[in-house]
Design a protein around this ligand. Structure first.
Ligand code: TXA
Ligand code: MG
Length: 347
């Protein structure tokens, strides 16, 4: 099934893209790094089996070496080459959602080196649903996989276009494959199976309700506990723009923005509800309406944060997202983006 989909995808690649993929596979085989598109965000890839190449990823990202990388594989049938003692529920999710924005944390096999997992005995695995990523994996050949975190500096906003990767990493990466804007725009959902019970470590592209309906049972949502600290995306300061970001309720958003404007700050206000239409007249306040639909909101979120971060605002004010499970991944990322250790205006 996956193969059929891959073949269809492959035929949609241009001859130029195919040539670039061939060149990228060569770079990877020689131990280089290649940024590539996935349906979630762009990844910074290296050959899983080459510890020197893996080391380059950590250096380029300035990421602490005990933060494990997600391993991208080309086909569900490769799952038990890279992982072992795979629970039935993990097979079910893999068969149903791959290729797609779901990462499974499983016991690693001996084919996954220590350098990829930060010494942990588990590994995060997924098949990306993007024709360029799948063609790259196919070009790498059998018994190969791509270790790839998001292609941003540690703690920063994940890139959702090739231009974002260029801005973030520039010449540090050997090649950037351009596959257009990412369809999902937020990272994959991460699920672990400790004690056989599926648990979401990071909400993302696949909704909790979708997981539950495939498993015909409950999926737990992990809270911010110390056990999650090794999941770097679950550190409080993450996905953060440099501009201080605040989240205010629909009710208070204009009061708070006006108070900041009164102190002489330039404020960008990002809304999703009708409240955007009652913008007060203040020259220091700019307002931007995001989509009301969480899928469309998620697609745009990172590129808008990046865009507004480059404009000279003193604050970014974001309207609290709706309290509904379909907004979980967005609420999670906004919350982390609002905690910023570089924020010297914290009050
Ligand atoms: O959508 C995505 O998942 C993107 C694309 C490129 O695939 N990748 C991504 O990678 O977001 P990264 O490294 O930025 O975030 C992966 C998260 C990290 O927070 C990492 O700590 C966690 O997955 N992770 C990886 N392996 C793990 C493991 N064995 N146990 C717990 N967490 C793990
Ligand atoms: Mg990341």
């Amino acid at each position: 099934m996956v193969h059929t989909q891959y073949k269809q995808n492959k035929s949609s690649l241009t001859a130029e893209q195919q040539d670039q993929i061939t060149a990228a596979a060569l770079i990877l085989r020689e131990g280089g790094t290649v940024a590539f598109p996935t349906e979630t965000v762009y990844g910074l890839g290296a050959d899983v089996t080459n510890p020197d190449a893996i080391n380059k990823i950590y250096q380029i990202k300035q990421r602490p070496i005990d933060h494990p990388l997600i391993v991208h594989i080309g086909d569900v049938s490769h799952l038990d080459y890279w992982a072992q003692a795979i629970p039935n529920s993990a097979w079910k999710l893999a068969r149903h959602f791959w290729p797609g924005p779901l990462t499974l944390i499983l016991q690693r096999s001996r084919h996954i080196p220590d350098s990829v997992t930060g010494g942990q005995d588990t590994v995060g695995l997924r098949i990306p649903a993007h024709p360029v990523a799948l063609a790259l994996l196919a070009a790498l050949g059998p018994k190969k996989a791509l270790a790839a975190p998001s292609a941003n500096r540690f703690g920063r906003i994940s890139p959702t276009t090739a231009a974002h990767v260029q801005e973030e990493l520039g010449v540090a990466v050997d090649m950037i494959l351009d596959g257009g804007a990412c369809e999902v725009g937020l990272e994959s959902t991460i699920v672990s199976f400790h004690d056989q019970s599926p648990k979401i470590l990071r909400p993302g592209g696949i909704a909790l309700s979708a997981l539950e309906s495939v498993l015909e049972g409950p999926v737990i949502l992990a809270h911010n506990t110390s056990q999650m600290i090794r999941t770097s995306g679950s550190l409080p300061a993450h996905y953060a723009p440099a501009t201080p970001l605040r989240i205010y309720s629909t009710k208070h958003i204009w009061d708070r923005s006006l108070a900041l404007a009164a102190q002489g700050f330039r404020v960008l206000v990002m809304t999703w509800s009708d409240i955007g239409r009652s913008r007060p007249s203040s020259q220091s306040i700019e307002q931007f309406s995001m989509p009301v639909d969480p899928i469309a909101y998620g697609q745009q979120l990172y590129s808008k944060l990046r865009q507004f971060d480059q404009a000279a605002f003193d604050y970014m004010i974001i309207e609290t997202p709706p309290d509904h499970h379909s907004w979980l991944a967005i609420a999670d990322r906004l919350q982390r983006a609002s905690y910023n250790p570089f924020d010297n205006k914290q009050n």
